[in-house]
Design a protein around this ligand. Sequence first.
Ligand code: 9YT
Length: 131
Amino acid sequence: MKIVKVQDIIGTEREVSDKQWTSRRLLLKEDGMGFSFHETIIKAGSEHTFWYKHHLEAVYCVAGNGRLKDLATGEVYEITDGTLYALDNHDKHTLYGGTEDMRLICAFNPPVTGQEVHDEDGAYLPDSSDN
Ligand code: 9YT
């Protein structure tokens, strides 16, 4: 059994951030669960385009607010505490921070290794060790 406390991740290499977002990786591929598990904070008023071409992702909002735009359809969804979105089709999307920082709990399949970098499309490249 493993117990992970987010406060023990803050300031370590499992916390990744820029000025507009912070992501804390509570579980990564090396933890052997078959998925990775993250807490992501999206700053109020910020904007992010992501396209996880090689991963499926489920995201559950537990605090704050924002909006999500499906870039294939142009549809925009309100995201608040209690809303989950599932990128079940590798959907390219833009996340807009709302009036308060948005706190999101995210799971990735396959798991993120922690070494990925966003490519020019906003995607993470697949884990080459799986090939
Ligand atoms: C909201 C969202 O897509 N979070 C993903 C996790 C983050 N990009 C990370 O940990 O790299």
